[in-house]
Design a protein around this ligand. Structure first.
Ligand code: UN1
Length: 483
């Protein structure tokens, strides 16, 4: 029998009914662990437990909260190999990618251990004589954290760490495909000294527990990363009830390559940004916008690089790209390739691979000869698929790059400072990368997009406080004047 895990409510394990297997996408015969999905009543109990824990946790000192996060960060970093192996096994990114993600989670915990000790308020003289004004930050309260499968530990860490740092309590619902990494993170934080109920784990179906975690009266805020469709549903359900909502949704991220680009740098940017993590990142470089003078040479260079790109078991030595996460994602990737063919594009690669072990393996795909209006350039594929738009010059490239409505990240490869500066200033995206892949971000600076990509305050770094606190402006008059 495989390892069993449970939800965690008020510090205690809660077994659910509906049995789920966490299957290794590199080897479908390998069941990583099993858990019982809980029902709406358990989600409600988790919220009650978070609400009960809130008064005490929000009144702890910053140092107490800092110590919990710091201890948890140290444990995550110390166990990076083991947690990275679990992550690669349940999600399918390669071991170096998975270990890197675990290290990032540890660093995020430590960052917020420090951030909570920084000054966050203001003291001002009133415009009226003798009155003092203070602007302070208070926690928003009970926060529902709902996370996707593609970053099983880093995204939960970058939502949960600031939530706890600034005195909120949390109900955490991870994606159904990656319960193992989520359970470990919660276990580590609870053992690091959180009081019971400050962080609760709800392993359940989105359709069952999601409505409770977004609309129950006990919920003060919802932070969600996932698809545009689900995010819109959350906003429609929660915002009219006055909940604070933060959404990180899809991305359609262009990498612009102009004639003067260093071709080796551009190839690495595209291959790492487009096919790293099997292209399953909202920051993936899913469109290459390439000027005429370099287009054919660039496509050839990318093809040559991909001929040395090894697809295989996520935990295998020398593997560049693991499998697609599950059958429905694989079907979506293949469907978009069919749609592209139907709209007149040429698809190179993208075959389903039989590697001898049952797994969701797919070769990287290049989709050539597309324009900004092709379906593949307007919708998020979320797989190892990059489409190419050929343009006459930089101005056309910028226009094609800005045609996206999910403006999360955009990149430019150029050796010309003026082009780099112009792109940085005129890109519509929330994050701009110069001679770097569109994916792969730091944890100490804001993260987020524009257009349909994000809603609400930015995540991460010094911006995280904006969502996880609400400010209070207090005016104090001296009372009776001193004589
Ligand atoms: C990264 O590119 O390093 O879901 C992070 C996602 C993003 C995170 C990307 N929210 O893919």
């Amino acid at each position: 029998m495989s390892r069993q895990i449970t939800s965690v409510v008020g510090g205690a394990p809660v077994a659910g009914g509906d049995g789920h297997a966490d299957v290794n996408p590199s080897d479908l015969a390998d069941v990583v662990l099993e858990y019982g999905a809980v029902d709406a009543a358990a989600a409600r109990a988790a919220l009650e437990s978070a609400a009960e824990a809130l008064p005490a946790w929000s009144r702890t000192t910053p140092w107490q909260r800092s110590e919990v996060l710091d201890r948890a960060g140290s444990e995550v970093l110390a166990r990076a190999d083991e947690l990275g192996d679990l992550l690669a096994r349940e999600e399918g990114k390669t071991l170096p990618e998975a270990r890197g993600e675990v290290v990032r989670a540890g660093q995020i915990l430590k960052y917020f251990a420090g951030a909570v000790l920084q000054p966050h308020g203001h003291v001002l003289d009133s415009v009226r004589p003798g009155i003092e004004v203070t602007v302070t930050r208070e926690p928003i309260g009970v926060v529902s954290v709902i996370t996707p499968w593609n970053f099983p530990i880093a995204i939960p860490a970058w939502k949960i760490a600031p939530a706890l740092a600034f005195g909120n309590t949390v109900v955490f619902k991870p994606a159904e495909l990656v319960p193992g990494s989520a359970w470990e993170l919660v276990d580590i934080l609870n053992r690091a000294g959180l009081p019971a109920g400050a962080l609760n784990l709800v392993l359940g179906r989105g359709s069952v527990v999601g409505p409770v975690l977004t609309t129950d009266p006990l919920v003060n805020g919802v932070t969600f990363t996932g698809s545009v469709g689900t995010g819109r549903g959350i906003l429609d359900a929660s915002a009219p009830l006055g909940r604070k909502v933060q959404l990180e949704l899809g991305g359609k991220n262009p990498l612009v390559v102009v004639d003067d680009a260093d071709i080796d740098i551009a190839v690495e940017c595209l291959v790492q940004g487009g096919f790293g993590s099997t292209g399953q990142r909202c920051t993936a470089s899913s469109i290459a916008v390439v000027t005429d003078g370099i287009h054919d040479r660039f496509v050839e260079a990318v093809r040559a690089r991909l001929s040395r790109w090894t697809v295989g078991d996520a935990r295998g030595a020398g593997v560049d790209m693991g499998p697609v996460v599950d059958p429905s994602q694989l079907a979506q990737d293949l469907r978009y390739l069919d749609v592209a063919r139907g709209e007149g594009a040429e698809v190179v690669g993208g075959d389903v691979l039989d590697l001898g072990t049952a797994g969701h393996y797919m070769a990287p795909a290049l989709v050539l000869g597309t324009t900004a209006t092709h379906t593949i350039n307007r919708e998020e594929v979320f797989g190892p698929v990059v489409s190419f738009i050929r343009v006459a010059n930089y101005d056309e490239a910028l226009a094609a790059a800005n045609a996206s409505t999910m403006n999360l990240s955009a990149g430019v490869c150029t050796t010309d400072l003026a082009t780099a500066a112009h792109f940085r200033r005129n890109s519509k995206a929330g994050m701009v990368m110069v001679n770097l892949p569109t994916a792969g971000v730091d944890f100490h600076v804001p993260f987020g997009g524009r257009g349909e990509s994000s809603h609400g305050p930015r995540e991460q770094g010094f911006a995280a406080i904006d969502f996880f606190t609400t400010s209070k402006t207090a005016y104090t008059a001296p009372g009776s004047p001193r004589t």
